[in-house]
Design a protein around this ligand. Structure first.
Ligand code: ADP
Ligand code: MG
Ligand code: ZN
Length: 603
């Protein structure tokens, strides 16, 4: 809109300038006086005229004194006839230079029409210009059907390659094959091999799916069309399908190349579930993807990569052979992977000599690649805010906690009584965690608010765990309930501070029984079928596949597990009251206890 106004003003100014020029031209033209025939004849007879130029019907006269005059004669009458008719003295005429200039037809017409035409042309041009402006906005709407896929050109300078991706070794190996296909497909085609069409990258958020897809394109050095699944879905039905068509058309033209559909689950969800909304649109888009994938020849050199963190909700038709039949799983990074990811992201940053990335990797179980990248970025920001020239170990360590637990809220001042309660609460968590053999060791206890919690106890496993046993869960439950238990024991009543502990404990107890089959009473089976249904943007879970009676038993079992956990916690708190008091004392004094200081208490 702003543009339109600006252009309009410019057009008006141009118009004014042109009309201005014209009027001055006209003014200078007026200096030529138009005379009538009588006067003309008189002037000839008086010998005032030096020269007559005849241009068609127009006579341009130059007088002896230099002034200019003009007049028109009748069209069919020559100058000689005119002189004869008016009885001009032939002798006088002899002294006058008579020159006949050819007036061509078009210049005559131009001269006659231009004064009218020019303003008209300007106005028309102006209207056309404004129309085009409006259309510019419109034509964007008309381009709906185009995919809008971003194309990363090959040979671009800041190409991502496999070197930029740490860990995920198996995934890289699988994808190396894809790179090979793209680079010299002939080798495979000669042997009659069919090159796979689709490769699906699966992994939890932040494990580097998008990064890895880019790296494949970088390694193969082929064009890379990337689009996110959600970009297919627009307000209008049919747009998504049109975009899919457009995307594949573009890709086929520049084969060999890679099409990358990020967040495939946005369009590729199982058909026939879910209600209302953009549902039809999604289905059409998905159908179009299926059709396109079947439509191109196996060895046409186009390979489709797709990424999702919800492979479980994808439509089975997508996973059929001939479509996304290759599946690559990106695991969450283990300790070694974490270290190498940290190394990659520490590269551009000046890191202090005392920084030990191995230690950081040990401290960050469960962190994804994205978390780790974020962690180092936070550390760099923190160091800059402290006016340091290098990123120090302290900053990195603080950032670990920030990423893990949310920012510290030092200004969130607790009253004396609240501080006391929080100290006992956290001390109990840490004490019980320390005492129970299967609970993770305590790394840090603090009564500084973080996120929404008044205090926190940071426990970290010694090594990355992939399997969890029942005894670990039972001990974890006791640790979770320690805060609640101690509040009741020491202060006689509980506060809201324990509510999130209780929620987590209940959830864990339920999973123990219904998902992991770890309840003796209910046996080794699962209860409830998790089903994916999207209704008004909300996922409705759980399909009950058990009777009311079992439901009651599950509830009883949950209560029993939690009661037992509370009992375990209470026993420990009572038995080790002196240690508890010691932890509380230090907490109230120093607010935080680090791992080493914490372990000293028990020596
Ligand atoms: P996803 O698509 O799986 O959700 P991304 O590929 O977008 O995750 O990763 C986000 C960021 O995290 C990347 O840009 C990169 O900086 C970092 N990252 C994730 N995994 C790795 C890895 N394995 N090696 C290096 N960096 C990683
Ligand atoms: Mg991604
Ligand atoms: Zn707690």
């Amino acid at each position: 809109m702003k543009n339109l106004v600006k252009n309009f003003i410019i057009a008006v100014i141009i118009f004014l300038v042109i009309t201005g020029i014209f009027s001055t031209l006209n003014l200078s033209a007026k200096k030529v006086e138009t005379i009538d025939l009588q006067k003309f004849v008189e002037q000839i007879n008086a010998g005032d005229i030096q020269k007559i130029a005849i241009a068609g019907d127009k006579l341009n006269i130059t007088k002896v004194d230099g002034t200019l005059e003009s007049l028109r004669k009748e069209t069919n009458e020559t100058l000689g006839e005119l002189f004869k008719n008016y009885n001009v003295d032939p002798e006088k005429v002899e002294n006058i230079g008579i020159e006949v200039t050819e007036e061509s037809g078009w210049s005559y017409w131009l001269g006659a029409l231009l004064p009218f035409l020019l303003p008209l042309i300007v106005v028309v041009a102006l209207i056309y210009y404004m129309m085009r402006q409006v259309q510019g906005a419109n034509s964007k709407a008309m381009m709906f059907g185009q995919s809008g896929a971003r194309e990363a050109p090959k040979n671009s300078k800041n190409r991502v390659t496999f070197k930029d991706v740490a860990g995920v070794k198996e995934a890289k190996e699988e994808l190396l094959e894809v790179v090979e296909f793209l680079k010299n497909s002939k080798k495979f085609v000669q042997l009659g091999a069919k090159i796979p069409k689709g490769v699906l990258l699966m992994g939890s958020p932040g494990t580097g799916k998008t990064l890895l897809a880019k790296a494949v394109a970088g390694e193969a050095n082929v064009p890379f069309f990337s689009i996110s699944g959600s970009e297919f879905v627009e307000m209008f039905v049919g747009v998504g399908a049109a975009r899919v068509r457009d995307l594949f058309q573009k890709a086929k033209k520049s084969a060999p190349c890679i099409i990358f559909i990020d967040e495939l689950d946005a369009v590729g969800r199982q058909r026939g579930t879910g209600l209302g909304g953009s549902h039809d649109e999604r289905e059409q888009t998905l159908n179009q993807i299926l059709v396109e994938m079947d439509g191109f020849e196996a060895n046409s050199g186009v390979i489709i990569l797709a990424a999702t963190n919800r492979p479980d909700v994808l439509d089975p038709a997508l996973l059929r052979p001939g479509r996304f039949d290759r599946r690559v799983i990106l695991d969450e990074p283990d300790m070694n992977d974490r270290e190498s990811i940290l190394k990659i992201h520490a590269k551009g940053k000046p890191v202090a000599a005392d920084v030990n990335l191995r230690r950081i990797a040990e401290r960050t179980p469960g962190f994804s690649g994205a978390d780790l990248a974020n962690l180092l970025n936070e550390a760099a920001i923190l160091s800059a805010r402290r006016n340091k020239t290098q990123v120090g170990m302290d900053e990195i360590r603080e950032s670990v906690e920030k990423v893990m637990l949310g920012p510290e809220r030092k200004s969130h001042i607790l009253s004396e009584k609240e501080r006391n309660i929080t100290a006992y609460h956290e001390a109990a968590h840490s004490l019980v965690a320390h005492e129970l053999p299967h609970a993770d060791p305590v790394h840090k206890v603090s009564i500084i608010s973080r996120g929404r919690a008044a205090g926190y106890t940071l426990k970290l496993p010694i090594e990355d765990k992939h399997l969890h046993s029942r005894s670990e869960f039972i001990d974890d439950l006791a640790v979770m309930l320690a805060g609640h238990t101690v509040e009741k024991e020491i202060f006689g009543e509980v506060t809201t501070g324990a509510s999130s502990d209780l929620r987590h404990a209940t959830r864990l107890a339920r999973r123990l029984i219904t998902e992991f089959g770890m309840s003796e009473k209910l046996g080794a089976r699962t209860f409830g079928e998790k089903e994916e249904m999207i209704f008004l943007g909300k996922e409705i879970h759980e399909q009950r596949d058990y009777s009311e009676k079992i439901a009651e038993t599950i509830d009883q079992e949950i209560s029993r597990l939690i009661a037992e956990a509370a009992k375990t916690a209470l026993e420990i708190v009572r038995k080790k009251k002196d240690k508890l008091e010691e932890i509380v004392k230090i907490l109230l004094e120093k607010e935080t206890i680090e791992k080493e200081a914490f372990e000293k208490i028990f020596k």
